[in-house]
Design a protein around this ligand. Sequence first.
Ligand code: T5A
Length: 218
Amino acid sequence: MSAVQKLAGKFIVIEGLEGAGKSTAIQYIQNWLIKQGLVEAQIALTREPGGTTLAEKMREIVKMDVQGEQLADKAELLIMYAARVQLVEHKVKPALADNKVVIGDRHNWSSLAYQGGGRGIDLSLINEIKQVALGDFKADFTLFLDIEPELGLARARGRGELDRIERLAIDFFNRSRAVFQQLVVDEPNSVSIDASQSFNQVEESIHTQLDKWLESLL
Ligand code: T5A
């Protein structure tokens, strides 16, 4: 089977803390897919929360600072899943059914890491919500860009003002990171990449891991 045939209908997700380099890494994944023989029309990009008109509205809500009213942790969690259902049903599944490769900038692990690890919501409750919202739907391959929160936030700061979540204390991101690290251990179809490396080294690591994953596909 050719690489293009093996990759048809696959959902590749990139996860990590703020400033880990996810947006940058998506370019590397696209370049790799094109090297495998795909054309641009066979690749779809998504981001979470967001990616559809309504999901982008939900993204605005979770990023918004509202004077005198805090977004409750469970409201934040449910908005993440509401946005995810919109995206998966309206964009991701149709693209996969059309044999495209979908590259997701964040997916389910971000809720486990941020709302679970960071906010302290029980992971089993989040898994139940996930099951109700998405059933068994999940990424075919997850690349976790692992970075010290201090370095990631410094990079994010260099890019502009920090939003509501990015301004949280460093402990929040340490707890989120610990959940991401455990998820990589538990999920065979995932890898961890050292995101503190140079641009070129991160690109090389991602391409190496994608090569190995492709080889493993039947
Ligand atoms: N969230 C999201 C939840 O709480 N729960 C959920 O379920 C979901 C889905 C999303 C927010 O929502 C939260 C998490 C987030 O707080 P967002 O704007 O999408 O918000 O935030 P991020 O996904 O974190 O996006 P960022 O742009 O902050 O991070 P990226 O995409 O990881 O980083 P990137 O590629 O833009 O790079 C940041 C800077 O670092 C440089 C880049 O040039 C850029 O300037 N950089 C490097 N510098 C040196 N060496 C390298 N190797 C570099 N790679 C990148």
